[in-house]
Design a protein around this ligand. Structure first.
Ligand code: GUN
Length: 288
């Protein structure tokens, strides 16, 4: 069984991204720049955004963290996005999800200029993705594709089963795996799928992105499967200094012995998501 080490791979790719970032600075007269918008203080979101900012710094990508109160209105948030859209020193914009319930994430995604949409959530980029046209690909599926490529895991003709149909991971993942550049045969399962195990047991590659800790059990997969665990849920754990531990969607201890390869949580998909974002930010800086 191969452990797909996203942490190690991401450190290696960051060296290349640093080079690209320096080159863009030479060409553009300034470093690439990302604006990260955080609404409220959801502890997981705070941790993710801080991690993104730290990674920007490592690659000499400029960044601004824009912290807004969770009482901000949708209109005020749209005004902030308009300001960033108009700012010629901002190449990429991300609004960390989830947003408070009174703000519609689809409205926000549609407001970000498509050429600054480094999350790839704007409908124009989502449409281009589904047509196989050049676009910003959502960071998590992009990072997963890079990881599969790095570990020489072939996809052509393989049966990839995705659990979860979110716009952030499952849906774009299914599109990217079935694209002509990958050629997998894809089954997209979700909360209303009947007899889920029937599908997961057929998977050559199983992507678990449903956000239910330990959901994928050993009895749900066949021997030799590649398992990609996108889940990252905080579970209370008084034995830890910070009071919680991060748990994936896969029952790792029992599933791992059956797999040909599997991602750990943490240290698997998470660091690769950041690579997807940084690489999109450099691409956004290239557009001009
Ligand atoms: N929340 C969970 N994943 C993501 C992501 O990839 N981008 C943003 N903006 N928010 C998220």
């Amino acid at each position: 069984m191969i452990l797909l080490d996203g942490k190690k791979l991401s450190e290696k790719i960051k060296v290349q991204l640093l080079e690209q970032s320096r080159q863009l600075k030479n060409e553009n007269g300034r470093s690439p720049h990302l604006a990260a918008v955080l609404v409220g203080e959801n502890p997981a979101s705070v941790a993710y955004v801080n991690n993104k900012i730290r990674s920007c710094r490592q690659c000499e990508i400029g960044s601004a963290l824009i912290k807004l109160e969770d009482t901000i209105s949708e209109k005020e948030l749209l005004e902030e996005i308009d300001r960033l859209n108009a700012d010629e020193n901002t190449d990429g914009i991300l609004v960390q999800l989830p947003l408070p319930p009174h703000i519609n994430p689809d409205v926000i995604a549609s407001a970000i200029h498509p050429e600054k949409d480094v999350d790839g959530f704007h409908p124009l980029n989502a449409g281009k993705l589904s047509f196989g046209l050049p676009c910003f690909e959502p960071a998590t599926p992009k990072g997963i594709m890079l990881m599969l490529e790095h570990y020489n895991i072939s996809l052509s003709g393989k049966h990839a089963v995705v659990i979860g149909r979110s716009n952030i991971v499952g849906r774009p993942m299914s599109i990217m795996l079935s694209a002509a550049s990958a050629n997998a045969t894809v089954t997209l399962c979700h909360s209303r799928t009947s007899n889920l195990e029937e599908f997961t047991r057929q998977a050559d590659i199983l992507i678990a992105a449903l956000g239910k800790p330990g959901f994928v059990k050993a009895g749900m997969i066949k021997r030799g499967t590649v398992v990609i665990d996108v889940g990252i849920t905080r579970i209370e754990d008084p034995t830890r200094k910070n009071g919680y531990r991060l748990t994936g969607d896969v029952d790792f201890d029992n599933v791992a012995p059956l797999c040909s390869a599997i991602t750990p949580v943490p240290g698997g998909v998470g660091p690769m998501t950041i690579i997807g974002l940084l690489s999109n930010t450099l691409r956004a800086a290239e557009v001009k």
